[in-house]
Design a protein around this ligand. Structure first.
Ligand SMILES: *Cc1c(COP(=O)(O)O)cnc(C)c1O
Length: 382
């Protein structure tokens, strides 16, 4: 059996080696390492794939989030609502820009932003909502967009884990993760669903004026060469990374299908186990399984690190995304929040366990993983 990894990028590379190597070689031959043709090619292909009117590639997903908030012209002290159960980058950029992060709890089933909590968190200073499509399933965008319209707020989607996820609105129309709010952000970090071989990210928008601002901010605030109309940053996707992404994008749907197949295997193995809660499926979104995250029952959650250690002994990695919600992080301590304020996020932080999830898991590996998970869980109940 092949070694089991959380993410297996080596096996994936072997399957597309020719395309990847060819793309990288072309860049080296052209010596256009920054702003080369592959960057615009890839942006164009991703535009057709996502249906976004504009795709602006940048250096990474965190930069994308930061540039999004800068482009919206938010001012010091403006409040930005984010879920407390997410990767730190979502709130980090808010704090970095001198904006005020306002965190809200998440829904127990979808693990995404609780929309009622968002309504309650709105104040006269609220300017934007940043929903995270956590683990690859879209947050309840229809409700969030409605709340945003009613309160005149921007929506910036953190779609770093959800590229390719499809949202279905009640009237039947569909849209991809990252293309529904004013701006969407994604990451091409190697382990993401569409990952490059280094850092990368992109912003999506359907608004021409915002696209122009984003483009300028990502390039030192420059509109006409050496004329700087606003304070910007330097954030670009380098051409070699664009070549990798352009080679991988045509495979994204098959990669998503492989993840969904592995998730279905896990689901059927664990669904009837009273101590394992499989990921809940929202009716409005497909799930692209950036992570396959189990919730352990109250009975076995206290044994989580023991379960993790025993899986590791069997050669099965398992990770905790995320062990500490934002409001309990040392750097984000805030007199407004204390332990117990966001009970769902705090409970999730104590009971989630993510299993290996990538595009090359085979049946033998899945059988081995599920067998061992069930056996270990069974033996720690007593
Ligand atoms: C990965 C990730 C980011 C940051 O992306 P980088 O490319 O690593 O900067 C932001 N938000 C979420 C939810 C992520 O998973």
């Amino acid at each position: 059996m092949r070694k089991i990894q959380m993410v297996d990028l080596q096996t994936q590379y072997q399957q597309i080696k020719k395309e990847i190597d060819g793309g990288i070689q072309e860049v080296i031959d052209s010596a256009a390492f920054v702003k080369g043709k592959k960057v615009t090619d890839f942006a164009g292909h991703l535009q057709s794939y996502t249906g976004a009117k504009h795709v602006i590639p940048v250096g990474n997903g965190t930069d994308a989030l930061q540039i999004a908030l800068m482009a919206l012209g938010l001012q010091r002290g403006d409040e930005v609502i984010t879920p407390t159960f997410t990767f730190i980058a979502t709130a980090e950029v808010v704090a970095l820009l001198g904006l005020t992060p306002v965190v809200v709890d998440v829904d127990w089933d979808t693990m995404n932003m609780d929309t009622d909590a968002v309504r309650r968190a709105i104040t006269p200073r609220t300017k934007a909502i940043v929903p995270v499509h956590l683990f690859g399933q879209c947050a309840d965008m229809e409700t969030l967009l409605q709340i945003a319209r009613e309160n005149n707020l921007y929506v910036v989607e953190d779609a770093c884990q959800a590229i390719g996820a499809k949202y279905t609105f009640r009237d039947g129309h569909t849209a991809q993760a990252g293309t529904m709010g004013e701006i969407g952000c994604t990451s091409f970090f190697p382990s993401k669903n569409l990952g490059c071989y280094g850092d990368g990210g992109a912003l999506f928008t359907n608004d021409d004026a915002l696209a122009a601002r984003i483009q300028a901010i990502a390039n030192h605030g420059m509109v006409v060469r050496y004329h700087h109309d606003m304070v910007g940053v330097n954030s670009r996707l380098d051409t070699i990374q664009a070549a990798v992404l352009d080679a991988k994008l045509p495979h994204l749907d098959e990669y998503t299908a492989a993840r969904q197949k592995a998730a279905a295997y896990y689901d059927s193995a664990f669904r009837d186990n009273e101590n394992l809660l499989v990921p809940a499926r929202a009716p409005y979104s497909t799930h692209v399984y950036h992570q396959y995250t189990l919730r352990l029952s109250g009975r076995i959650a206290p044994f989580r690190s023991d379960i993790q250690a025993r899986l590791a002994e069997k050669g099965i990695p398992a990770m905790i995304y995320y062990p500490v919600p934002l409001h309990l992080q040392k750097a984000y301590q805030d007199p407004r929040y204390r332990a117990g304020d966001f009970p769902v996020a705090e409970r999730l932080a104590n009971c989630v366990l993510s299993l290996p999830m990538h595009t090359c898991l085979d049946e033998e590996q899945l059988a081995y993983i599920t067998h061992n998970v069930l056996q270990i869980v069974e033996s720690c109940k007593g």
